[in-house]
Design a protein around this ligand. Structure first.
Ligand code: A2H
Length: 256
């Protein structure tokens, strides 16, 4: 990892309405959390796709913490990510962790959050099997138009909401077109999942192949189909969109 530093765009997704399970889990932390906005923070390599966010994923077996950033803000991330952020001067006290609460990923599911740049007014937090606790923040924002993993997971949840303990209304979203590409049109991930006969988030081998193709195709051939940079090559728009998110304080750079 030290030899391969990864720079992520960390997207701040503000909690609009906690799920009932989250409210219960956070009851004893009510005092510590009052007067603070809480954000789920998602680490992404594809800031230019944020227009197409339809939901956000957490791991149900992961324990998250809510960490104070400053007097007004707190971030819901893994402890590992919070520690890195503290050392990267993202919190107002450098190197100091102030944990306000613990919360299991399972309880966060069903929470309504604001996804910056998305055309949806709010999106839901949903469960994903393959969220790695050791990568990024442990929170993954979901762009089913351009990420095969996100698309396959969302399809699983739609097919079996009861099994995954989600309400059908939480998953009643469709992929939103973001990029236009010559080979796969504006729905790269659904198209690749269809071509590779991917039926579930458990199809790891085909998903890894699809992810590789989607990434290269989107970056090298993609043109923005929506937003302020519509018509611009993804290669040129990517940094501009990231910088605009950072300027609006909707995102920051996070390294690991
Ligand atoms: B990407 P790398 Cl549209 N566990 O963001 C599993 N996956 C995680 C994660 C974790 N803890 N943290 C981040 N990720 C995902 C957008 C996206 C992403 C698109 C297309 C491809 C893509 C929307 N999801 O990633 O291993 C996040 O999903 C394909 C590589 O550090 C993040 O970017 O290279 C990416 O994996 C980081 O993966």
């Amino acid at each position: 990892e030290a030899l391969n530093p990864q720079e992520y765009t960390a997207l701040k997704m503000k909690v609009l309405q906690w799920s009932d399970n989250a409210k219960e889990a956070l009851a004893s932390a009510a005092d510590a959390l009052k007067d603070k906005d809480v954000y789920l923070v998602a680490a992404t390599l594809r800031p230019e796709t944020m227009y197409g966010q339809t939901n956000c994923f957490v791991g149900t077996d992961i324990t998250y913490g809510i960490y104070q950033v400053n007097d007004k803000e707190a971030f819901l991330v893994t402890e590992r990510a919070a520690r890195n952020m503290a050392f990267q001067k993202i919190f107002d006290k450098e190197g100091v962790l102030r944990k306000l609460a613990d919360i299991p990923g399972e309880a966060v599911v069903g929470t309504q959050i604001k996804a910056p740049l998305s055309t949806l007014p709010h999106v839901y937090v949903l469960p994903m099997d393959n969220v790695l606790p050791t990568k990024g923040t442990g929170v993954v924002t979901s762009v089913p138009s351009d990420s095969p993993d996100d698309y396959a997971t969302l399809q699983d949840l739609k097919k079996k909401p009861a099994y995954y303990k989600v309400l059908p209304e939480w998953v009643a979203v469709e992929p939103i077109p973001v990029l236009e590409t010559p080979t796969y049109g504006n729905m790269i991930a659904p198209k690749l999942c269809e071509m590779k006969k991917i039926n579930s988030q458990k199809d790891r081998v085909q998903l890894a192949e699809a992810k590789e193709i989607a990434y290269k195709e989107g970056f090298y051939q993609g043109v923005m189909a929506v937003g302020e940079y519509k018509g611009m090559k993804v290669q040129d728009a990517k940094t501009k969109i990231r910088d605009a998110l950072i300027a609006k304080k909707d995102a920051f750079v996070y390294n690991e």
